[in-house]
Each structure stands twice: as C-alpha cells, then as structure tokens.
Design a protein around this ligand. Sequence first.
Ligand code: PLP
Length: 462
Amino acid sequence: MAQFTDRHGAQHALPAPDAEAQVRADDRNHVFHSWSAQGLIDPLPVAAGEGATFWDYEGKDYLDFSSQLVNLNLGHQHPDLVAAIQHQAGRLATIQPAIANDVRGELARLIAEVAPDGLNKVFFTNGGADANEYAVRMARQVTGRRKVLSMYRSYHGSTATAISLTGDPRRWATEVSDAGAVRFFGPYLYRSAFHSETIEQESQRALEHLEQTILLEGPATIAAIIIETIVGTNGVLVPPPGYLQGVRDLCDKHGIVYIADEVMVGFGRLGEWFGIDAFDAKPDLITFAKGVNSGYVPLGGVVISDAIAERFDKVAFPGGLTYSGHPLACAAGVATFEVFRRDGILERVRDLSSRVVEPTLRAWTEKHPSVGEVRGQGLFWAVELVRDRETREPLVPFNASGADAAPMGAFTAAAKKGGVWPFTHFNRMHVAPPLIISEDDLVRGLTVLDEALTVADEYTTA
Ligand code: PLP
C-alpha cells in the first residue's frame, strides 16, 4: 500500500488504488465542474495532501506550484489550522451573523490591525467574488453613482457584477450588459497598450489613459475603480512605481472609491499582509479571500475605510449573507495570523523570493528561447512564454484552446510528469507555491519546471 510521510515524519497510508475507480465514477457521473465542458474533462482524483504536496491514488506525488487556486498559502493539512477548526467545531460550529461572536470579532480585529491606517471594519463574505460584489455595492451606496471602472486583463470573480467587471474572456458568455462596467488598459510594459519603452512612460501613460477614461465616461457617474494590486490570473502584472498612487490621486480628485482586489495577493503572497503595503497607496476598500485562511473553510471579505463605514452608522447597509463571518472559517483565519507571526511567513516569502525564485527565473530568460519575460514579487511570479523573443508572439494565441493550445499543454504535461502541478493560463506559467514550501522542495520544483521549459522551447520559431 502506498504511503506518504507528513511534516513530522509520520507515515500515512494512502487509500488503496482500487478506491480511485469509485471516486472517478462519482465525479464523472454527478459533479458538475467549474468553467468546463463536462464531457471533455478528466479531473485527477487526489488521495491526500500534506504541506506543499499532494498524492494521487497511485501514490504519485505532485509539488503544488499553484497552491490549488492560489489559495493554499499555508499548505495542505496545516496542523494549526486543522486544530483550530476542530476546536471551534467542538465549541460552536455556526452562529448567524447578527450575533456577536468571539472568533469573528477577533479575526476582524486582527485584519484591521494589519490593514492600512483608517480601514478598521470588516464585512465577511463567503469568498472573493461576493467580496467584490459587496465592495461595489458599498461604493455605489456612498457615492450615489453607478459605473465601475476595471482593467482589461483582470479577474474579479464569477457572480453577476464581479464577472461583468472581469477583464478576461471568462466574462464574454455571461456579462450583464447593464452592470455599469467600463474597462480600461492597465500598465503592462511587455505588451504596452501605450507604445511605452520605459517603465516610467508606462506608468505615466497608463494614468493619462485612465484619467481620459474617467473624463469621457463622466466623473460624476463613476462610483469606483477596482484594481487587483498585482493582476493575478491575467498575468502577474506588477504595477510600475507611482501607478497605484496615481490611481489614488485620480480617485480623490473625482470623488471615486478605490477598491483594491486583494483576493489573490492578500495574506502573504507578496511577502506583505496586504499587497498594497508594497506600493504605498491607500485604497478605500480592500477585498480579500483565499489566503485569509488558505481556503480551509470558505471565507472572504471587505475591509472598509472609516469614512465609508461611518456612512452606515445610522443608515442600514443593504446587504447580508447567512454565513457572513462563519465561526469555522474565522477560527482558521485567527490561526492563520498565529502561524504567520510565529513562523515568520512574510519574512520567509521575501527571503525565498529574492534568494531563490527571482534569480532562478531571471536565469531562464537567458537559457530558454521560449521565455519572453519573467515578473513578480514574493512567491507570485509569471513566466511569459513566446514563440519568438524578438516579435514577442505568444507561445499560444490569446484565449487559445484545443489544438491551438498544444504547446502549453505539452509544457504542462512535462511539468506534471516531473511531479510538479503548475499554474498555467494562456501563454503563461505562474510560480505560486504554498508559502510554507521548504527550500529543498522549491528548488526541486523549479528544476522540474526548468526541464519542462525545454519542451516549450521546441515550439519557438526564432
Ligand atoms: N478576485 C481575484 C483577484 C481572484 O483571483 C479571484 C479568484 O481567483 C476572485 C476575485 C474570485 O474569488 P472566488 O473564486 O473566491 O469567488
């Protein structure tokens, strides 16, 4: 029987391989999966997870360089998070949101303490999309305006408003035409919409474009601008110096609410509590989810500025959720803070980033003809793959699927064969392992990806 060793050296048996058939059958017959043509997928049955690793039923192990959906910041089966949930389940498994509850209040206080000054209240949601829905609702309530500006190349979630604000093809099939969504181009020097040649030009021109968009849309019609502090799934696009401060200034000038979507980058991914800490700009609302408790129990929320929170001191906020601030989820959140502080998670993210990930990835730009650019921060990096480094033609076309996506499919298959579960999107591979990954595993995983890139190199045309 296949076994695996946990972080304490204890041996655990994996379920017998013949259990896999039932898992597969139940899944194929009854589980309706996200974002998929149901008849064309073959989801991998996973038997166990521990730290940065998970195992299939054959006992093959994968290093999770995707942190599941970039949520598993503290890895699988973290003993402190598991214990916190078990303990909370034993004392009060659930309580409705109109009641004051100890762990809910404690987590809100802990979040407020690490949020930028002047953001002191938290509205809890079930995940990231609804956090953005509620942030937008707050902005509309306080401004009395309706439009919301968001970037092309962004993802804000799959509920009605969130998907309409999203700037990637996932919105095409379902966007709501009266959502009041207006999109603009953010900074992306490697594929500049503004023909910029320097990072300074890109920052300045992207801000000019945003201001033009605001003026032409009518400042008095715009409730909010929502921006992922570092654009996540759509490219790990790191904002250039000055850009987010410029957004803040434009919002101040025109009475617009600045919403920072930190669903992917919050809680340590960038080596900061909130990603915005690295960029010296202060949003009015910050949305979070994923890393707040590594997704052990669904949880998201909005951190609210005092000015916005006060608007609802005497007037009811029109919104709520049965599971807002669920005690099991909040207990895992409180434990997350304890682990981060005790184990110096933010410090180790910065250290591993600067000492291991960044130099390794930068070296790939020399070594692999398929690597056009690498960019990122903390344990959040993108490797942008191209057919030709001169022309920057992407390795696969935008939104490619089927045969068009074959080069990325071949790269992904090579990574998985080598024992790494990669995050890929369009022509990019992202490096986003759990923040607790050991240095040895990090180096081992990067070595596998390095080898898998030789498969991508075969598709280059230069
Ligand atoms: N915002 C960002 C930046 C995200 O990356 C995601 C999910 O990946 C969401 C919002 C939506 O979060 P959820 O899937 O929890 O609704």
